[in-house]
Design a protein around this ligand. Structure first.
Ligand SMILES: [Zn+2]
Length: 125
């Protein structure tokens, strides 16, 4: 557990996609589809460091949702699609991507917290 975290470019994009622990990159974070384990089964990294920890995932979810919604809406407007389609797009997108965004925003938040905490606690800083 004392190994240094990988550098930022090495931040394992694949372990975020696979929902793996930010510390050891081998233990699963998610239990079922919406739940999270209390700690990593492999390295015992705490997945719930404080109460309300995952409220920060809402901010991540907001920015990811904005990034996935606003550019396509602008493109649809430029393509001059009908107003009904333009208004229905965000609702259909949320129905399809909402559950996935919920899960991945929590995993991404956990990885960001791990990265920031271990970057700030390095002895050379
Ligand atoms: Zn782990």
């Amino acid at each position: 557990m004392n190994k240094n975290p990988p550098s930022l470019p090495q931040l394992s994009f694949s372990s975020i996609l696979r929902g793996l622990c930010p510390s050891c990159h081998s233990g699963k974070v998610t239990r079922g589809f919406f739940g999270t384990y209390p700690q990593c089964a492999k390295c015992r990294y705490d997945f719930h460091p404080e109460s309300g920890f995952y409220l920060g995932a809402m901010v991540v979810s907001f920015f990811v949702t904005a990034a996935l919604t606003i550019p396509p809406m602008i493109l649809l407007k430029i393509l001059d699609v009908e107003l009904e389609i333009l208004l229905a797009f965000p609702f259909l997108e949320f129905l399809l991507l909402g559950p996935v965004l919920l899960v991945y925003s929590k995993i991404l938040w956990l990885h960001l917290e791990y990265r920031l905490t271990h970057q700030l606690n390095k002895p050379d800083r």
